[in-house]
Design a protein around this ligand. Structure first.
Ligand code: ATP
Length: 367
């Protein structure tokens, strides 16, 4: 019998060498990426890096200066927004205040040619999906911020877009509601199978929700990978710094041998780490070591181990964060989960300690 043949995922959106200039400002410099059908894809980067610009180009609110965008294989330059199988959820909800929730949600399908009855039926389904059916006859002003955001979602989903664009949709919500909505959004994406392209500057939010993340900075793509790899295998110093907390150590390449590089940290310390890109002896680069991949001890334990002195302990909820100073003045942050503190003792400021690196903790960064 024939085995199952795995087909490659369909590409929802392909961006090829897209450039966007506003007069002298280059908002996007030659961006290329493919977004798969059915994925939760996030554009992540600091303010001004070009996330919204890229989203607006996909939606059709902006044209490209150079390059091309394909939607399910079709080049879309010049196609007006309402003719694209794409819809957008905005940060400020943009609900019509004088219309009921039901009419707000029915608006999209009606604009796209559904009869009033069909549109209302679709709207009811969507309100069910976001669990707001009981509020169908209220006006937006009679709902909480989180509820309004769910109405905005229902409204954007009602015309059954193939791709949903979400521009910082949770930024107006308080932390607790935001966390709840993150789970709900993720769930909604799975349930509908619609490709979500989510924009945020919040790295934690991106890691929690995304299948894949495109990290951007100053109009350029820095790294595109699965969420876990973005955290565990940052490519360069920008990504390592922007995502989570890390220790960045300047190093010099001492030796390179079959996929591993020996890095000189100081006169007395070297460490070995995997290197995927091209590096040469004498290159000065950085390694990134996440604080949770380090642990402290009074005697050296791991092969990769540095000696230092405790500067400070900080209690941060789930973890204890300890700052260590090495003899050459470099500072290190080490995180110890509270649950492990019984086993791994706490060292008070001034103590001499060893900073042990777990196997594979050090990542060599390209630049
Ligand atoms: P934020 O998170 O603050 O929204 P962003 O990453 O979404 O930032 P964009 O809004 O895409 O960034 O802006 C990218 C760059 O393009 C910025 O330098 C911005 O000032 C510039 N820019 C955006 N829109 C215009 C415009 N209409 N005219 C001129 N410059 C613009």
């Amino acid at each position: 019998s024939k085995g199952a043949v795995s087909t490659p995922p369909r590409i929802a959106i392909e961006i090829r060498n897209a450039v966007k200039r506003y007069g002298h400002v280059t908002a996007l410099k030659q961006i290329s990426m493919s977004i798969k059908d059915n994925e939760f894809f996030t554009l992540l980067g600091p303010s001004g890096c070009g996330k919204t610009t890229l989203l607006r180009m996909i939606a059709g609110f902006e044209g490209t200066t150079e390059g091309e965008i394909f939607l399910f294989g079709r080049e879309i330059e010049g196609l007006p927004p309402f003719q694209r199988p794409v819809n957008t959820v905005f940060q400020n909800y943009a609900l019509f205040p004088h219309m009921t929730i039901l009419d707000n949600v029915a608006f999209g399908p009606e604009m796209r040619g559904s009869t009033k009855n069909e549109a209302r039926k679709k709207a009811c389904e969507m309100l069910d999906l976001v669990q707001l059916s009981q509020f169908a006859n209220r006006k937006p002003g009679q709902l909480s911020g989180g509820q309004q955001q769910r109405v905005a979602l229902a409204r954007a989903l009602a015309p059954k877009p193939k791709v949903l664009l979400l521009d910082e949709p949770l930024s107006a919500l308080d932390l607790k509601l935001r966390k709840a909505m993150q789970i709900e959004l993720k769930h909604l994406q799975r349930e509908t199978g619609i490709t979500f392209i989510f924009v945020t500057h919040d790295q934690e939010e991106a890691l929690t929700m995304s299948d894949r993340i495109a990290v951007m900075s100053e109009g350029e793509l820095q790294q595109l990978d699965e969420a876990r790899d973005i955290y565990e295998k940052p490519r360069n110093t920008f990504v390592a710094n922007f995502i989570g907390e890390t220790n960045l150590l300047p190093i010099t390449i001492d030796a390179v041998h079959s996929g591993e590089a020996r890095c000189q940290i100081s006169q007395h310390h070297t460490l070995t780490c995997a290197c995927e890109g091209e590096v040469n002896i004498g290159d000065t680069l950085h390694v990134s070591i996440r604080p949770e991949r380090l642990y402290l001890s009074s005697k050296p334990i791991e092969t990769e181990c540095l000696q230092g002195q405790v500067q400070e302990n900080m209690f941060i909820g789930t973890d204890l964060s300890t700052r260590i100073r090495l003899p050459d003045g470099t500072d290190f942050t080490v995180r110890t989960p509270n649950s492990e503190r019984g086993r791994k003792c706490i060292f008070s400021p001034g103590s001499d300690v060893f900073v042990n690196m777990e196997q594979g903790a050090a990542r060599l960064l390209i630049d």
